[in-house]
Design a protein around this ligand. Structure first.
Ligand SMILES: [Zn+2]
Length: 241
Protein backbone atom coordinates (compact mmCIF):
# COMPACT_ATOMS: atom_id res chain seq x y z
CA UNK A 1 0.00 0.00 0.00
CA UNK A 2 1.44 3.34 -1.04
CA UNK A 3 0.83 6.43 1.04
CA UNK A 4 1.49 9.88 -0.33
CA UNK A 5 0.44 13.30 0.89
CA UNK A 6 -1.41 15.82 -1.27
CA UNK A 7 1.79 17.83 -1.33
CA UNK A 8 3.73 14.88 -2.68
CA UNK A 9 1.04 14.05 -5.22
CA UNK A 10 0.96 17.66 -6.43
CA UNK A 11 4.35 17.07 -8.04
CA UNK A 12 2.82 14.39 -10.24
CA UNK A 13 0.27 16.78 -11.72
CA UNK A 14 2.64 19.75 -12.09
CA UNK A 15 3.15 20.10 -15.84
CA UNK A 16 6.22 22.31 -15.40
CA UNK A 17 8.10 19.33 -14.02
CA UNK A 18 9.75 16.62 -16.02
CA UNK A 19 9.58 13.19 -14.51
CA UNK A 20 12.86 11.35 -14.19
CA UNK A 21 13.91 8.07 -12.66
CA UNK A 22 11.94 6.09 -10.09
CA UNK A 23 13.73 4.43 -7.20
CA UNK A 24 12.13 1.64 -5.18
CA UNK A 25 13.32 0.48 -1.79
CA UNK A 26 11.55 -1.89 0.60
CA UNK A 27 9.52 0.92 2.14
CA UNK A 28 9.76 3.98 -0.10
CA UNK A 29 9.20 5.07 -3.67
CA UNK A 30 11.21 8.04 -4.90
CA UNK A 31 10.39 9.85 -8.10
CA UNK A 32 13.00 12.26 -9.40
CA UNK A 33 11.80 15.43 -11.08
CA UNK A 34 13.62 18.00 -13.07
CA UNK A 35 12.58 21.59 -13.51
CA UNK A 36 13.97 24.23 -15.78
CA UNK A 37 14.38 27.31 -13.64
CA UNK A 38 15.66 30.60 -14.85
CA UNK A 39 18.27 31.83 -12.41
CA UNK A 40 17.34 35.24 -11.09
CA UNK A 41 19.64 38.20 -11.19
CA UNK A 42 20.22 38.94 -7.51
CA UNK A 43 19.81 42.43 -6.10
CA UNK A 44 21.98 41.53 -3.14
CA UNK A 45 23.40 38.64 -1.15
CA UNK A 46 22.91 36.71 2.05
CA UNK A 47 26.09 35.51 3.74
CA UNK A 48 25.70 32.50 6.03
CA UNK A 49 28.05 31.55 8.84
CA UNK A 50 27.45 28.04 10.17
CA UNK A 51 28.45 27.15 13.72
CA UNK A 52 27.83 24.29 16.09
CA UNK A 53 25.08 26.06 18.04
CA UNK A 54 23.79 28.66 15.65
CA UNK A 55 23.55 29.73 12.08
CA UNK A 56 24.18 33.45 11.66
CA UNK A 57 23.33 35.24 8.46
CA UNK A 58 23.29 38.80 7.22
CA UNK A 59 22.11 40.33 3.98
CA UNK A 60 23.00 43.29 1.78
CA UNK A 61 20.11 45.27 3.23
CA UNK A 62 21.75 45.18 6.66
CA UNK A 63 19.50 42.60 8.22
CA UNK A 64 21.16 40.25 10.70
CA UNK A 65 19.55 37.03 11.87
CA UNK A 66 20.57 34.17 14.08
CA UNK A 67 18.95 30.76 14.12
CA UNK A 68 19.58 28.64 17.15
CA UNK A 69 20.72 25.13 16.18
CA UNK A 70 21.88 24.04 19.63
CA UNK A 71 19.23 21.31 19.54
CA UNK A 72 21.24 19.64 16.79
CA UNK A 73 24.32 19.53 18.99
CA UNK A 74 22.33 18.32 21.98
CA UNK A 75 20.67 15.64 19.92
CA UNK A 76 24.05 14.42 18.86
CA UNK A 77 25.27 14.34 22.45
CA UNK A 78 22.16 12.48 23.56
CA UNK A 79 22.42 9.82 20.86
CA UNK A 80 26.07 9.33 21.60
CA UNK A 81 25.03 8.27 25.10
CA UNK A 82 22.31 6.01 23.76
CA UNK A 83 24.75 4.33 21.39
CA UNK A 84 27.31 3.73 24.12
CA UNK A 85 24.64 2.09 26.26
CA UNK A 86 23.45 -0.12 23.41
CA UNK A 87 27.00 -1.20 22.65
CA UNK A 88 27.59 -2.08 26.27
CA UNK A 89 24.39 -4.06 26.76
CA UNK A 90 24.50 -6.00 23.52
CA UNK A 91 28.16 -6.96 23.58
CA UNK A 92 27.32 -10.65 23.36
CA UNK A 93 25.00 -10.36 20.40
CA UNK A 94 26.59 -8.50 17.53
CA UNK A 95 23.58 -8.91 15.27
CA UNK A 96 21.22 -7.27 17.74
CA UNK A 97 23.82 -4.62 18.38
CA UNK A 98 24.16 -3.73 14.70
CA UNK A 99 20.43 -3.61 14.28
CA UNK A 100 19.81 -1.36 17.29
CA UNK A 101 22.68 0.93 16.46
CA UNK A 102 21.57 1.47 12.91
CA UNK A 103 17.99 2.09 14.02
CA UNK A 104 19.12 4.77 16.45
CA UNK A 105 21.45 6.28 13.88
CA UNK A 106 18.53 6.63 11.49
CA UNK A 107 16.36 8.25 14.14
CA UNK A 108 19.06 10.78 15.00
CA UNK A 109 19.50 11.62 11.34
CA UNK A 110 15.80 12.20 10.77
CA UNK A 111 15.44 14.46 13.79
CA UNK A 112 18.53 16.44 12.82
CA UNK A 113 17.20 16.82 9.29
CA UNK A 114 13.90 18.15 10.57
CA UNK A 115 15.60 20.78 12.68
CA UNK A 116 17.92 21.90 9.91
CA UNK A 117 15.00 21.98 7.52
CA UNK A 118 13.27 24.75 9.47
CA UNK A 119 16.33 26.96 9.32
CA UNK A 120 17.23 26.37 5.67
CA UNK A 121 13.64 26.94 4.60
CA UNK A 122 13.54 30.32 6.34
CA UNK A 123 16.79 31.51 4.77
CA UNK A 124 15.88 30.46 1.25
CA UNK A 125 12.46 32.07 1.64
CA UNK A 126 14.14 35.31 2.68
CA UNK A 127 16.42 35.12 -0.37
CA UNK A 128 13.50 34.49 -2.67
CA UNK A 129 11.31 37.30 -1.37
CA UNK A 130 14.14 39.84 -1.49
CA UNK A 131 15.82 38.54 -4.64
CA UNK A 132 19.11 37.83 -2.91
CA UNK A 133 21.75 35.30 -3.84
CA UNK A 134 23.18 33.02 -1.15
CA UNK A 135 26.83 32.82 -0.15
CA UNK A 136 28.28 30.04 1.97
CA UNK A 137 31.64 28.78 3.03
CA UNK A 138 33.37 26.28 0.77
CA UNK A 139 33.51 22.93 2.53
CA UNK A 140 36.86 21.72 1.30
CA UNK A 141 38.96 22.88 4.23
CA UNK A 142 36.32 21.87 6.74
CA UNK A 143 36.56 18.18 5.99
CA UNK A 144 40.25 18.35 6.58
CA UNK A 145 39.73 20.02 9.92
CA UNK A 146 37.70 17.06 11.05
CA UNK A 147 40.22 14.44 10.14
CA UNK A 148 41.17 12.62 13.29
CA UNK A 149 44.45 13.28 14.94
CA UNK A 150 45.49 16.41 13.15
CA UNK A 151 45.86 18.17 16.43
CA UNK A 152 42.74 20.31 16.41
CA UNK A 153 41.26 20.84 19.82
CA UNK A 154 39.02 23.36 21.49
CA UNK A 155 39.25 25.95 18.74
CA UNK A 156 37.30 23.74 16.34
CA UNK A 157 34.93 22.32 18.88
CA UNK A 158 32.57 25.18 18.12
CA UNK A 159 31.95 23.96 14.60
CA UNK A 160 29.21 21.69 13.48
CA UNK A 161 30.27 18.17 12.68
CA UNK A 162 30.91 17.76 9.01
CA UNK A 163 27.84 15.66 8.24
CA UNK A 164 25.50 18.31 9.68
CA UNK A 165 27.43 21.09 8.02
CA UNK A 166 27.29 19.33 4.68
CA UNK A 167 23.63 18.51 5.07
CA UNK A 168 22.82 22.12 5.91
CA UNK A 169 24.50 23.32 2.73
CA UNK A 170 22.88 20.58 0.68
CA UNK A 171 19.41 21.65 1.85
CA UNK A 172 20.09 25.32 1.15
CA UNK A 173 21.49 24.50 -2.25
CA UNK A 174 18.68 22.33 -3.55
CA UNK A 175 15.99 24.69 -2.27
CA UNK A 176 17.81 27.66 -3.75
CA UNK A 177 18.33 26.00 -7.11
CA UNK A 178 14.68 25.01 -7.20
CA UNK A 179 13.76 28.68 -6.68
CA UNK A 180 16.33 29.98 -9.16
CA UNK A 181 18.49 31.56 -6.47
CA UNK A 182 22.21 31.63 -7.26
CA UNK A 183 24.44 29.99 -4.65
CA UNK A 184 28.09 30.95 -4.32
CA UNK A 185 30.77 29.21 -2.29
CA UNK A 186 33.69 31.19 -1.00
CA UNK A 187 36.96 30.38 0.64
CA UNK A 188 36.17 31.60 4.12
CA UNK A 189 39.65 31.82 5.54
CA UNK A 190 40.12 34.69 7.92
CA UNK A 191 36.47 35.73 8.02
CA UNK A 192 36.79 36.88 11.59
CA UNK A 193 40.12 38.66 11.21
CA UNK A 194 39.16 41.73 9.19
CA UNK A 195 36.43 44.33 9.57
CA UNK A 196 33.82 43.79 6.84
CA UNK A 197 33.25 47.56 6.53
CA UNK A 198 36.77 48.96 6.38
CA UNK A 199 39.16 46.02 6.24
CA UNK A 200 41.07 46.89 9.43
CA UNK A 201 42.41 44.04 11.50
CA UNK A 202 40.05 43.29 14.35
CA UNK A 203 41.04 42.95 17.96
CA UNK A 204 39.49 40.50 20.32
CA UNK A 205 37.55 42.03 23.15
CA UNK A 206 35.84 39.61 25.49
CA UNK A 207 33.99 36.39 24.78
CA UNK A 208 32.97 36.28 21.15
CA UNK A 209 33.19 40.02 20.55
CA UNK A 210 35.59 41.64 18.13
CA UNK A 211 36.42 45.31 17.78
CA UNK A 212 37.26 47.40 14.73
CA UNK A 213 39.96 49.93 15.71
CA UNK A 214 38.84 52.59 13.22
CA UNK A 215 35.18 52.59 14.22
CA UNK A 216 35.83 51.62 17.84
CA UNK A 217 32.79 49.45 17.61
CA UNK A 218 32.40 45.86 18.76
CA UNK A 219 30.43 43.17 17.06
CA UNK A 220 29.81 39.48 17.48
CA UNK A 221 32.33 37.33 15.62
CA UNK A 222 29.67 35.18 13.94
CA UNK A 223 27.97 38.29 12.60
CA UNK A 224 31.31 39.55 11.31
CA UNK A 225 32.00 36.18 9.71
CA UNK A 226 28.64 36.18 7.91
CA UNK A 227 29.23 39.73 6.63
CA UNK A 228 32.68 38.78 5.38
CA UNK A 229 31.37 35.65 3.70
CA UNK A 230 28.83 37.85 1.91
CA UNK A 231 31.57 40.31 0.88
CA UNK A 232 33.87 37.51 -0.33
CA UNK A 233 31.27 36.58 -2.95
CA UNK A 234 32.14 39.75 -4.82
CA UNK A 235 35.87 39.58 -4.11
CA UNK A 236 36.30 35.95 -5.12
CA UNK A 237 33.56 36.08 -7.80
CA UNK A 238 33.37 32.43 -8.68
CA UNK A 239 30.35 30.68 -10.17
CA UNK A 240 28.44 28.20 -8.01
CA UNK A 241 30.00 24.75 -8.00
ZN1 LIG B 1 36.03 48.76 10.37
Amino acid sequence: MLHASDYQLSFLSDLALKRGSITLTSDTVSVAFTKQTAQMDPRGQIGIDINERNVTWSDSAGRIERDDTSEVAELKECYRGVRAKIAERTQKDRRVQRCLLSRHGKRERIRTLQRLYRVTKRIVKHAQVNRFGIVMEKLKGIRKLYRKGNGQRASYRGRMNSWTFHEFQRQVEYKALWAGIPVTYVNARGTSRKCPSCGSSLTRVEGRKLMCPSFRRTEDRDVIASKNIMAYAVLQARPSR
